[in-house]
Ligand binder design. Structure first.
Ligand code: ADP
Ligand code: MG
Length: 413
């Protein structure tokens, strides 16, 4: 008798990656692990009233919804606390540890986060206690003086930001006051700008698997990820990937993306609390099959090997390394990578891939070259992209995915 594992998908309107993920699970079929057969299937989760004592059907849940919708967010906490369902992102740190907390943790660990200050809200909270409290405890401050310490140019951006909302590059005092006045009720950071950089990178991480991609933050959403390969030296690529693994292992995030700017051979991470990132076909194109394959690999490993979700962080292990004066930056990064590898069970995962899913790469290439995938590509682009750009996007995604498949075939030979 096979053991069955149901993988739940918490979704908004996307059709592309969920369908590709379901199709790949079908193609993988039942797998053998330690003498037993395991069957995996995916199901899309409905948002319904729920009894806190109910038992969910799922072994594992992939979530792309709870970052903006509270009902699934609270359901995820229930199934994590009560039912041992495996979640790719820890729902507690995901909610509590926004960008600001990630900056703080990485600064303590010696990562090169640009100088950053937190400012009080321009418009304070609407609470009758605020004025009497502030009269006593909020001294006046000089905004220009703080900006001077950070240094121009700088970025003003929400402390918990996302999706580029409320982000302004500030060249001098006039911009500074205008942006602060506009910030209203959002609490803002001032952060030194990394200017004249060599490359902007965005890494996508799924479990211990990280793909470092070149990224153009100023381009239209579908043109941000570039196909450029080998744009960093292996050392720098390794460093950027190690920073991503560190952030993820530290916060227990296993489906996240991290933005790191590289300038003069130095890696400066600026945004790395993007748990549940966009992996749409139109955004990832060439890199899309990698994302699907990696998601299938990691979910299969977690479900089949019975990996249990870690609810608590182990910050002390990282701080013990970060606080040491006798270790340099590279040595610390190497130690963090050992902690991350232990957290992710990287070695066991690699063995599992080789033993249980030896043909996953091949299956992925076959899938993205199939008519079934071709249909999905057209259908999902017609669903998501404005009519006048559909043909262009269909052509572009089709040829870039074909290029990926050709590159994989060439690499296999
Ligand atoms: N310190 C910085 N140096 C250079 N560019 C920055 C810096 N901070 C933000 N930016 C630019 O602003 C964009 C949005 O900022 P980011 O911190 O990524 O916010 P969000 O969470 O909204 O994505 C980045 O993609 C980058 O182009
Ligand atoms: Mg960003």
């Amino acid at each position: 008798m096979a053991t069955r594992h149901l993988i739940g998908l918490l979704l908004a309107t996307e059709e592309d990656w969920p369908t590709a993920f379901e199709a790949m699970l079908d193609r993988v079929g039942p797998v053998r692990y330690r003498g037993e057969t395991h069957e995996l299937a995916a199901a899309r989760i409905m948002n319904e009233p729920f009894d806190l004592r109910s038992t969910p059907r799922y072994t594992l849940v992939i979530d792309r919804l709870s970052w903006w919708y509270d009902l699934p967010r609270e359901w995820l906490k229930k199934i994590a606390l009560m039912d041992d369902v495996y979640l790719l992102n820890n729902p507690f740190t995901f909610q509590a540890m926004e960008k600001h907390a990630a900056y703080c943790a990485m600064m303590r660990l010696g990562i090169k986060v640009p100088a950053t200050w937190l400012l009080p809200h321009r418009l304070p909270p609407d609470n009758p206690r605020y004025v009497p409290m502030a009269e006593q405890y909020n001294p006046d401050f000089d905004l220009e003086e703080i900006a001077g310490w950070v240094g121009y140019p700088l970025f003003m951006k929400p402390f918990d930001g996302g999706m580029w909302v409320g982000v302004t590059r500030i060249a001098g005092p006039d911009d500074l006051h205008a942006a602060y006045d506009d910030s209203g009720e959002r609490m803002m950071h001032l952060q030194a700008s990394v200017e004249g950089y060599d490359v902007f990178t965005r890494s996508l991480s799924i479990g211990p698997q990280t793909r470092v991609m070149r990224y153009d933050p100023g381009a239209h959403g579908h043109y941000r990820y570039l196909v450029d390969l080998g744009f960093l030296t292996p050392e720098l690529e390794g460093e950027v990937a190690a920073i991503s693994r560190l952030v993820n292992a530290f916060f227990r995030w296993e489906f996240n993306s991290c933005e790191t700017i590289v300038k003069d051979g130095q890696a400066y991470p600026i945004d790395y609390a993007n748990a549940s990132p966009d992996i749409a076909l139109v955004s990832l194109h060439y890199h899309f099959p990698w994302a699907i394959r990696s998601l299938v690999a990691w979910c299969t490993f977690c479900a089949v090997s019975g990996r249990s979700m870690r609810l608590n962080q182990r910050t002390r292990e990282y701080f013990e390394v970060g606080d040491r004066d006798d270790l340099g930056y590279e040595e610390k990064l190497a130690r963090y990578d050992e902690l991350a590898a232990a957290y992710f069970q990287t070695e066991e995962f690699e063995e599992f891939l080789a033993m249980v899913l030896p043909n996953l790469e091949e299956l992925t290439v076959e899938y993205v070259e199939s008519p079934e995938f071709g249909d999905l590509l057209v259908r999902s682009i017609r669903l998501e992209v404005e009519p006048e750009r559909q043909e262009e996007m269909i052509e572009r995604c089709r040829s870039l995915v074909a290029e990926w498949a050709a590159d994989e075939r060439a690499a296999a030979r």
